[in-house]
Design a protein around this ligand. Structure first.
Ligand SMILES: [Zn+2]
Ligand SMILES: [Zn+2]
Length: 206
C-alpha cells in the first residue's frame, strides 16, 4: 500500500500500534518557547491504551477559522473499547456499543472517564452531529474542564473564542471530513469502515 497521508490511509493505519499518528504532543504548539501564561492546573495524563485518529486534516486551513482548526487538532476519533462501554454511565439515554466511534479530547484520553472532566467524550449519532459535538467539547472541555491540555493552548482557544472567531465553522466540512476518514452511520451510531482484507476484524483487536 502506498504510504500516503490521506485521511483514508490514516484511518487504515488506525490501531496498528505504530506511533506515526499521535505519539506524544506532535504539533507546533507542543514545542512552543512561550512562557506559561496562566496558572491553570495542568497534569500530565498517561498515554491512552488505544491510539486515536486526529480530527485535523491537511486541508482544514482552506476551509475553517483559526478557532475551528485549533479545536480539531485537540480532538481525535476512537472506537469504544470495553472500558469505554462500561464506564460511560453519565446519564446517557443510549448505551454505547463496543466499537462505536466517539470523539475525545486527545490530551486526557489516558485518564479514566470520570477523571477527565466534563465534555471529554462524545458519541455523535450521525455525521452531521460531529460538528456540534466538537463545539460542545471545545467550550465545555477544552476551554474549561480539561486538566491536561497545555495551559497556553487553553488560553489560545479561549482568546479565539472570545474574539468570536468561531462562526465560520463549516458544518458540512466537518461531516465530509469525518466521512473521508472512514466514518459511516449505522443504527448504533458512527462506525469506522473496516479496511478491505481484514475480514471484518477490528484493527484495534490485538
Ligand atoms: Zn481533555
Ligand atoms: Zn499557544
Amino acid at each position: 500500500m502506498p504510504n500516503m497521508m490521506s485521511p483514508i490511509s490514516m484511518a487504515q493505519s488506525y490501531g496498528t500500534g505504530g506511533g506515526t499518528n499521535h505519539a506524544g504532543p506532535p504539533d507546533k504548539y507542543a514545542s512552543s518557547s512561550a512562557k506559561p501564561i496562566s496558572n491553570v492546573p495542568h497534569i500530565q495524563a498517561p498515554p491512552p491504551r488505544r491510539a486515536g485518529i486526529t480530527l485535523a486534516l491537511s486541508c482544514d486551513d482552506e476551509q475553517l477559522s483559526e478557532y475551528q482548526m485549533l479545536v480539531r487538532k485537540q480532538l481525535e476519533i476512537f472506537e469504544a473499547q470495553p472500558e469505554d462501554v462500561e464506564s460511560n454511565t453519565q446519564g446517557r439515554k443510549k448505551q454505547v456499543i463496543l466499537g462505536q466511534v466517539g470523539i475525545r479530547c486527545r490530551h486526557c484520553s489516558g485518564l479514566s472517564l470520570r477523571q477527565r472532566g466534563r465534555g471529554a467524550v462524545y458519541y455523535p449519532a450521525r455525521l452531521q452531529g460531529v460538528y456540534q459535538a466538537a463545539q460542545n467539547m471545545a467550550s465545555s472541555h477544552l476551554c474549561e474542564s480539561c486538566q491536561c491540555i497545555p495551559p497556553h493552548l487553553k488560553a489560545d482557544l479561549r482568546n479565539l473564542r472570545d474574539r468570536r472567531d468561531t462562526a465560520s465553522g463549516g458544518k458540512q466540512y466537518w461531516a465530509d471530513g469525518a466521512r473521508a476518514m472512514g466514518l459511516v452511520e449505522s443504527d448504533e451510531g458512527l462506525r469506522l469502515r473496516r479496511p478491505e482484507g481484514t475480514n471484518g476484524q477490528s484493527p484495534t483487536t490485538s
